[in-house]
Design a protein around this ligand. Structure first.
Ligand code: AMP
Length: 212
């Protein structure tokens, strides 16, 4: 089961990816989390991507493709994987196809921009493992502490309102064409993302044929 989650920043891709990981036991590959980890660790990649990430712009395709190709070749991806936040451009999607990375389903979580802007103010992410929470809709058991690894929860720098608006513009300009691309391949499924987390998850599992 090789799955892509599409959707604007804040649409709930990360949250749904975590639920699918629990249900199907396949890893979630979030390029955003990988890049943030590279920045935390001060690697060359981290230094190269910092400015793009801080301003909410897309990191160049070749940097992304390198880390994704390497990651999907790891043994834990043998039974499937979830791509969260990648591909984000038509060039990335075409490159995955060219590299022979098979994709079974593409699920787009659809949420209006006005709803997204409201949501982002409540988003918190784990500074250690990258898990995401929302202070109201998906609160951690203990305020400020990650349920999964006990890391401390922080506000992402690129969740500032002006950066969110820029990220939404970037999303619509670059990523919407992907829906057309995967629709032509007969793989695209649209899910209404302005619902509670569990309902969205039930619908995703249904459209990918994984509902028990
Ligand atoms: P995310 O956590 O998915 O919202 O990604 C945060 C930031 O990481 C984005 O605003 C981009 O700067 C960068 N990024 C993550 N994934 C990609 C990608 N597939 N292509 C280009 N930039 C990306």
């Amino acid at each position: 089961m090789n799955l892509i989650l599409l959707g604007a920043p804040g649409a709930g891709k990360g949250t749904q990816a975590e639920l699918i990981v629990e249900k199907l036991g396949i890893p979630s590959i979030s390029t955003g989390n990988m890049l943030r980890e590279a920045m935390r660790n001060g690697t060359d990649l981290g230094k190269q991507v910092k400015q793009y990430m801080d301003e909410g712009s897309l990191v160049p395709d070749e940097l992304i493709l390198g880390i994704v190709a390497e990651r999907v070749a790891q043994p834990d991806c043998a039974n499937g994987f979830i791509l969260d936040g990648v591909p984000r451009t038509l060039a990335q999607a075409e490159a995955l196809d060219a590299k022979g990375v098979r994709i079974d389903h593409v699920v787009s979580i659809e949420v209006d921009d006005s709803v997204i802007e409201g949501r982002m103010t409540g988003r918190r992410v784990c500074s250690n493992c990258g898990a995401s929470y929302h202070v109201v809709a998906n609160a951690p058991k203990t305020e400020g502490v990650c349920d999964l690894c006990q890391g401390s929860l922080i506000i992402r720098k690129d969740d500032a309102p002006e950066t969110v608006r820029h990220r939404l513009e970037v999303y619509h300009a670059s990523t919407e064409v992907l829906k057309q691309y995967y629709n032509q391949q007969g793989k695209l499924r649209l899910i209404e993302g302005n619902q509670d987390i569990q309902s969205i998850n039930d619908q995703i599992l249904t459209v990918i044929g994984a509902k028990a």
